[in-house]
Design a binder for this molecule. Sequence first.
Ligand code: ARG
Length: 568
Amino acid sequence: MMDFKSAIAELIVGALRAAFDAEPLTAAEIAAALEVPPDTAMGDYAFPCFRLSKALRKSPMMISDALAGSVSADYLSKVESVKGYLNFFVDRATYAEKVLAAARSESYGSDNSGAGKTVVLDYSSINIAKRFHIGHLSTTMIGNSLYRLHKFFGYNAVGVNHLGDWGTQFGKMIAAYKRWGDHDAVVAGGVDEMVKLYVRFNTEAKENPALNDEGRAWFKKIEDGDEEALEIFNWFKSVTLKDAERVYDMLGVKFDSYAGESFYNDKMQPIVDSLREKGLLKEDQGAQIVDLEPYGMPPALILRSDGATLYITRDLAAAKYRKDTYDFDKCLYVVAYQQDLHFKQLFKVLELMGYDWAKNCEHVAFGMVSYEGQTLSTREGRIVYLEDLLNTSIEKARAIIDVKSPDLENKDEVAKQVGVGAVVFFALYNNRIKDIDFYWDRALNFDGETGPYVMYTHARCCSVLAKAGACDAAPDFAALSDPMAQDVVRLIGQFPEVAKNALNRSEPSMITRFSVDLAQAYNKFYYENKIMVDEPGVRAARLLLTRVTRDLLARSLDLIGVAAPERM
Ligand code: ARG
């Protein structure tokens, strides 16, 4: 798009030269200081002249008065000096024209700043032999959105599902399977059957503690690469992943790698050796730790006294492996804030090891999910499985569509898109660090700040455009000067900044919110303005606004991983 900020900054530089024969700030500095007034009555951009007072030894008022007369351009309708501010009013028609011209491009909003760079994203990272519950919704969808956002900006993105596939519980599970398990029952029951075996094991182990030794023995066998143990373990893994795959398919989420914790079994020794060589390892009651006291953190436990490795040991190996394999520019870990300390310790140890790329690792933390006002707890049996939640949502969406659009052809497909989209949208609506309370009436409301509302607005734009057919008249941009149209144009003009901020702050909710704002603004415009008017130029302008809105709504939904059906 025509960059109004830069253009205005150049004007100011010119005016400063003319009025004061001075260049106290560069154009870039002036552009950065330009503000967007909260109220458009104060203009579209404002320059606070106190920034020049010191250099020019004049009051802001004197400076803004002196400059106001000598800045003008065809795209500005007015320049005012008010209390030391220079206020710039962009000509409405020109503004609409420039914004819409830029926004018509496929890549609008992307500056391609990621070209030639690689980002590794660690997200979803589910645990083997556990069912996918809504606690893993945020990481999955925030990660998926950041993946898309990075690709949009030209990055090479690598999505990693860092599977939780390591731990003594897997030894117990094999022991239980060997005792009471049944191959066909596990095939039929999937993860649920494995969980049953595990629960039975723990119950019986209370009566018969010898079972625990059996479990430990099987875990040792996995570690030692025993053929039978590995075969069963890998089978458990594939059963879990098959269950998870159904959910990933529904959500449209993919990964480039499933290298989980067990993948690093043979990659931890070099890390331990290197920690030792660098003098970072300390013995503490038989265990090996890295002392982090100087940094105000508890020690990082690297090896237990029995020599067993820990979660952080595997993460150290994983980080090193990712750097060696992908040579990433950034590595993002989309993991709940409960693991804040873990990641602080992880990054600190990497830094102490002398890896300067540790600064490019970032923990993208997010809040907890509760359901209809209730916190979820596996121990107390209050679990909501993601697959069930999505299926219920699809059913509910279907019921609404049956009433609202009885004639829709592909109702099942649309119900799936709307049902899943509603859940995903809800999960990505608030700042990620906030806890989320999932309520059906808030997620599925077609008139609220919801996925269905934005999807519906997108479908509305599609239908306006389909009904209008071809229109070759040149748009009359003056027809977009009314406040409603201008609100839509202004939002469209903000999209590049919104997308950039969402990327830099790893905050998909900025895109989600943007889509709601744009949908609301468009709907206001739509109710106030007839689109299919007789004047071809006016009609063309309103249709163009509709088309760009449709494309940006689709783009926004795509960036957060929500479908955009054309009819619903
Ligand atoms: N599996 C872990 C969990 O469910 C998350 C793993 C996150 N990734 C990592 N590299 N530590 O809590």
